[in-house]
Design a protein around this ligand. Structure first.
Ligand code: COA
Length: 174
């Protein structure tokens, strides 16, 4: 069950257009962000990933949107529902907010919006994500949204030279 919905409307979600890519790439390259995603990539690689998501969006396999402050146009982050499985009505969830905008409630609000879209509009039943156990901010955000820990993958990833657990989190539309 999705918890703590607020109606502050500080951010909105919009389709990503080509001119947003520079800003989104810059956010992705912030060291405090890309350390959770395996390190830096080139802008060319980033554009390639975007094109893949765009294709998947057309096929209904992903929903990839920019997070934008009310009355602004430049993205401060992105949200993503990917690996959408229509048969099992499930998807994986991802959110990124630029470090400059952390701890102001934007991550929570943007997450509520995409999760509501997943459950109410897309009629999905289940969202999941797997997070590095050291990524406390993301785990706490997910718990605040109503995700629960469904399992731990022991020493599943190598992070900063050490083996780390991965936490499996899930939320059901109930
Ligand atoms: C996780 C992330 C999206 C949170 O964004 P945010 O805009 O700062 O989040 P919010 O301000 O809405 O915070 C919501 C809740 O998340 C938790 N949280 C967020 N940042 C936290 C931090 N640094 N430490 C502990 N808890 C944190 C808190 O429970 C917070 O509620 P509170 O402020 O009432 O205590 C952001 O830190 C981020 O982009 N991290 C890197 C990307 C990433 O790792 N994504 C992983 C997959 S989801």
């Amino acid at each position: 069950m999705l918890k703590n919905q607020n109606n502050k409307n500080k951010v909105y979600l919009k389709a990503i257009v080509y001119k947003d890519l520079k800003a989104l790439y810059k956010i992705y390259c912030e060291p405090e962000i890309n350390k959770w995603f395996g390190g830096k990539i080139s802008f060319e690689q980033y554009k390639k990933i975007f094109r893949k998501f765009k294709k998947k969006m057309k096929n209904g396999e992903s929903v990839h949107l920019a997070v934008v402050l009310e009355n602004k146009e430049q993205p401060i982050g992105e949200v993503n529902l990917y690996s959408i499985n229509r048969e099992y009505k499930s998807a994986e969830f991802l959110i990124i907010i630029s470090k400059k905008f952390w701890r102001q409630g934007y991550g929570l609000e943007a997450s509520h919006k995409i999760i509501e879209h997943a459950f109410k509009k897309m009629k999905l039943r289940r969202l999941t994500l797997e997070i590095n156990s050291k990524n406390i901010a993301s785990i706490k955000l997910c718990k605040k949204l109503g995700f629960t820990i469904e399992g731990i993958k022991k020493e599943a990833i190598k992070f900063e030279g050490k083996w780390c657990d991965e936490v499996i989190l899930g939320i059901l539309n109930k």
